[in-house]
Design a protein around this ligand. Structure first.
Ligand SMILES: Nc1nc2c([nH]c(=O)n2[C@H]2C[C@H](O)[C@@H](COP(=O)(O)OP(=O)(O)OP(=O)(O)O)O2)c(=O)[nH]1
Ligand SMILES: [Mg+2]
Length: 130
């Protein structure tokens, strides 16, 4: 079974809205909403991958990122480890840099059902932290 590490950015503004993007229909977990991010490449740390992915996908330069939690998910055909970072400082205006649908969602309105299964725990954690 293949095993990958994924770095994910929870981009949160001062109004406690979170920037989310919709995965392309044909991608793995297609159609679900996600926190921008992607796979850690050989030779990268998760934080380096986060910075690269948020530049590519959301058009921002990460200032500071705090590791909130990690998670593991067995998707049946693949095993993945996740690093969920909270990003509250960045340069630029987050956008769908790859043409993907994006929106700002109030933290308390995040619905785990809109996201891949591994996101449920971190969404619960965010909502509990107000
Ligand atoms: N970015 C992101 N990926 C997630 C989340 N939840 C979740 O299960 N995933 C899964 C979907 C994908 O299988 C994997 C992320 O890989 P990706 O498809 O974004 O990879 P990437 O940006 O490096 O893109 P690519 O080069 O492989 O096309 O993690 C999430 O909240 N954000
Ligand atoms: Mg990605």
């Amino acid at each position: 079974m293949t095993s990958r590490t994924v770095a994910v950015g929870i981009i949160r503004n001062p109004q406690h809205e979170i920037f989310i993007a919709q995965r392309p229909e044909k991608a793995h977990m297609g159609g679900f909403w996600e926190f921008p991010g992607g796979k850690v490449e050989d030779g990268e740390t998760p934080l380096q991958a986060l910075t690269r992915e948020l530049h590519e996908e959301a058009g921002i330069d990460v200032g500071q990122a705090t590791l909130l939690s990690t998670g593991q998910h067995n998707f049946g055909d693949r095993q993945m480890a996740f690093y969920f970072y909270l990003v509250e400082q960045w340069k630029g205006e987050p956008c769908g840099n790859e043409g993907q649908p994006v929106r700002w969602c109030p933290q308390q309105e995040l619905d785990p059902e809109d996201f891949p299964p591994v996101n449920a725990a971190i969404i619960r954690q965010l909502k509990a932290s107000t």
